[in-house]
Design a protein around this ligand. Structure first.
Ligand SMILES: [Zn+2]
Ligand SMILES: [Zn+2]
Length: 284
């Protein structure tokens, strides 16, 4: 059994032509689970060869706009390109039910037109929602693939969760946006791969824009993520959703190698800063 992580979108709220919004696919033996659905998610999915109809469930780390902008696209495109009666289960923190209901309400005119036009579409999209309980280590799926949710700390955005996917003794943690916290350490313990939203505090502190500096409050710095990786004893640290966007020259200022070197000061394992569509084998 092979567990694979596909970096669908590696971007942040800052628009970037080469980085779609935050979104990751985890594949286990032909089963596909999508984590967050940021800007351009379906365009990138088209390049992976995994269509919206193949997604078994959508998991949301939190309802910040950059992580959910394209949930409506996933819902609609799955509905209009799939067979009737293919519900899209969504798992997320408290508030997800209302978010999905509001999304379907926003789509109401479109749903009405399509149902009126296509004889085989008799109902709108079915999107059953399960909200996580907020209890650490909650098992939200356990049928050969085990998915565990744990609350994280991205306050004032609340509640937020991270997920750990386990299959055949391999594990990957999708941490989303969070500062270091005890629950995250536990979730990451011994994981093969740990994906973390990171910001360059050293760069952002020197930019005279308070709105940008505000993001330092609720994100892990590169050093924070590396220290979490070390405490938890993970195999590979994946720097993701980087703010500011790494520069185009890997060896230049703010280039990929600078980010990797900063993390390496605090973590001895493998460190990656992937591009969109990069595939990362988990436990292989
Ligand atoms: Zn966020
Ligand atoms: Zn974010």
């Amino acid at each position: 059994m092979a567990l694979e992580l596909v970096m669908v979108g590696t971007g942040s709220p800052l628009p970037d032509a080469s980085r779609a919004g935050p979104s990751q696919l985890v594949g286990v033996d032909g089963r596909w689970f999508l984590f967050d659905a940021g800007r351009g998610c379906l365009m990138r999915l088209a390049a992976t060869g995994v269509g919206p109809a193949q997604i078994e469930s959508l998991f949301l780390t939190h309802l910040h706009s950059d992580h959910v902008t394209d949930v409506n696209d996933v819902i609609t495109t799955r509905w209009i390109t799939g067979f009737p009666g293919s519900p899209l289960p969504v798992v997320g923190p408290a508030g997800t039910q209302r978010f999905v209901e509001d999304t379907l309400r926003m789509l109401e005119p479109d749903i009405g037109w399509r149902v009126a036009h296509h004889d085989d579409l008799v109902t709108g999209p079915e999107v059953p929602v399960t909200e996580t309980t907020g209890v650490e280590g909650e098992v939200v799926l356990d049928d050969g693939v085990r998915i565990i949710a744990t609350p994280t700390d991205h306050r004032p955005v609340h509640p937020t969760v991270a997920y750990r996917v386990e299959a055949d003794g391999c594990s990957v943690v999708l941490a989303g946006d969070t500062v270091p916290c005890g629950g995250l350490d536990l979730l990451c313990a011994g994981a093969d791969v740990y994906v973390q939203t990171v910001v360059r505090d050293d760069v952002i502190r020197n930019i005279p824009l308070q709105r940008l500096r505000d993001v330092l409050d609720y994100h892990s710095s590169v050093a924070d993520a590396a220290r979490t990786a070390t405490r938890a004893g993970v195999g590979t640290l994946v720097l993701n959703h980087c703010v500011p966007t790494p520069g185009p020259d890997p060896d230049g200022p703010n280039g990929r190698n600078e980010w990797l070197a900063m993390a390496a000061e605090h973590f001895d394992g493998e460190i990656l800063l992937p591009d969109d569509l990069d595939r990362i084998g988990v436990g292989t």
